[in-house]
Design a protein around this ligand. Structure first.
Ligand SMILES: Cc1cc2nc3c(=O)[nH]c(=O)nc-3n(C[C@H](O)[C@H](O)[C@H](O)COP(=O)(O)O)c2cc1C
Length: 414
């Protein structure tokens, strides 16, 4: 609502309205490694299961492009596999080959041109790979899928331990296979940077490969990649260092953590993740993105974090208070006032929205209208120049008492 409208609808005096409203932290810029996020709200990575052999499709451009046109400060492309075995499903994006770069370039370029910092999440699903899409319950692929042309593949992990009952046993990676995988992470990150992404996030959460090395639930190795916390951190930290060396200095590195494992016994807690975050920051990570859970698919003793509003905010605050990292928070952030308060109260530096953005890709523009007295200034002028006059017309109609249903009332004689 602009100042005139605020005055018009509230009955305030014009003097009270012309005083500048306090600037809200949600709309303050944040510069990291020379790249400026124009505001603190971004789009969380969300797999769309719309790729073939890892290649982007027009769907990805349209889907992600909406968020840039909607004013998001940062748009993070979904988990993108560093090798074919690291895909969650057959239809995940990939960056395991140079030929994937061209399509990604188009996406990064569009996001950048329309005002969002282009981000991408790199991932390896580890022992949770080789599954169906969520609308087919996300179950492991089996012989039925093989008959339908989407066969299961051998998953990999730190140890030969399945993710849950009825899940396949992963192949335990040897030390030489670990070294090969670190090279794959670095090569994928280099391709992401070449494609124009300025923010590269490593998917270190949700039970996927990096997380499975960190957690004692999934890592029971007895070599230098397993055992105590330091050894379990070794693989993720080597991946971070390799990526930091592979990408230009000005690329922002983010790491999504599961702040807690969310299992009944023996899993990682927030204190372990604070400690890991300190090491990750020292190894070259700029941003810690706080999520949770996923290490086990066994729901018989479900201790997942309760899905209340901003359900990771306490974890984000803890990591922010105890590390030097910039902290992003995700999870049921839906309301502009809520989002801005999270920044103002130092719970997080960046808020990421997932499903809310799917529901309303213009969320940031609407947030500006509700918190920053900004009608259409930040919209692409192609939209703003049409929406401004439309709003004036709507206001005129409201003043005259006409509603969209007045016409119907007139013929029914009501
Ligand atoms: C359709 C869908 C796909 C998702 N894919 C990813 C993903 O690729 N990587 C990831 O880290 N999280 C993924 N998530 C989790 C979201 O990024 C986000 O953390 C979660 O939905 C909670 O935030 P929200 O309440 O704002 O949706 C996905 C969530 C949804 C709904």
């Amino acid at each position: 609502m602009n100042l005139a409208n605020a005055w018009y609808s509230s009955g305030m005096t014009i003097d009270a309205c012309t005083a500048n409203p306090p600037a809200r932290a949600l709309f303050s810029p944040l510069t990291i490694r020379g790249t400026t996020l124009p505001l603190r709200a971004g789009v969380s990575p969300m797999c769309m299961y719309a790729a073939t052999d890892g290649y982007v499709s027009d769907f990805h451009l349209a889907h992600l492009g909406r968020f840039a046109l909607g004013g998001a400060g940062l748009v993070i492309v979904e988990a993108t596999a560093i090798e074919p075995r690291g895909r969650i499903s057959h239809h995940d994006l990939g960056l395991w080959d140079d030929s994937h770069v061209e399509g990604m370039m188009r996406i990064a370029g569009f996001l950048e041109t329309h005002g969002s910092v282009p981000g991408i999440q790199l991932g390896h699903a580890g022992r949770r790979a080789s599954v169906r899409e969520p609308w087919h319950a996300g179950a492991p692929l089996d012989a039925t899928d093989a008959q339908a042309g989407t066969p299961p593949w051998q998953t990999v992990g730190p140890s030969a331990l399945p993710a849950g009952p009825d899940w396949p046993v992963p192949h335990e990676l040897s030390e030489s296979e670990i070294a090969e995988s670190i090279d794959q992470w670095a090569a994928a990150a280099q391709r992401a940077a070449t494609a124009g992404f300025r923010f590269i996030e490593l998917h270190g959460a949700h039970g996927y490969l990096l997380h499975s090395f960190l957690s004692p639930i999934s890592n029971t190795r007895t070599d230098s990649y397993g055992g105590d916390a330091q050894r379990r951190m070794r693989y993720p930290l080597e991946v971070i260092r390799a990526i930091r060396e592979a990408v230009p200095e000005n690329v922002i590195l983010s790491y999504r953590v599961s702040s807690v494992d969310g299992v009944l016994e023996g899993g990682l807690g927030i204190e372990d993740i604070v400690e890991f975050s300190r090491h990750a920051a020292a190894a070259g990570v700029d941003v810690i993105d706080t999520s949770s859970g996923g290490i086990s698919t066994d729901r018989s003793s479900d201790t997942r974090v309760r899905r209340g509003f901003a359900f990771h905010a306490d974890f984000a605050r803890e990591i922010k208070a105890n590390t030097d990292a910039i902290v992003a928070c995700v999870g049921f952030i839906v309301d502009p006032e809520q989002a801005s308060r999270m920044i103002e109260d130092e719970e997080a530096d960046i808020v990421l929205l997932g499903r809310e953005m799917l529901d309303n890709p213009n969320w940031v523009h609407h947030a500006r209208r509700s918190l920053a007295s900004d009608e259409f200034d930040h919209w692409d002028q192609r939209f703003g120049s049409a929406l401004g006059p439309r709003l004036s017309s709507l206001q005129r109609l409201a003043e005259s008492g006409e509603t969209p249903l007045t016409r119907f009332e007139a013929y029914s004689g009501a």
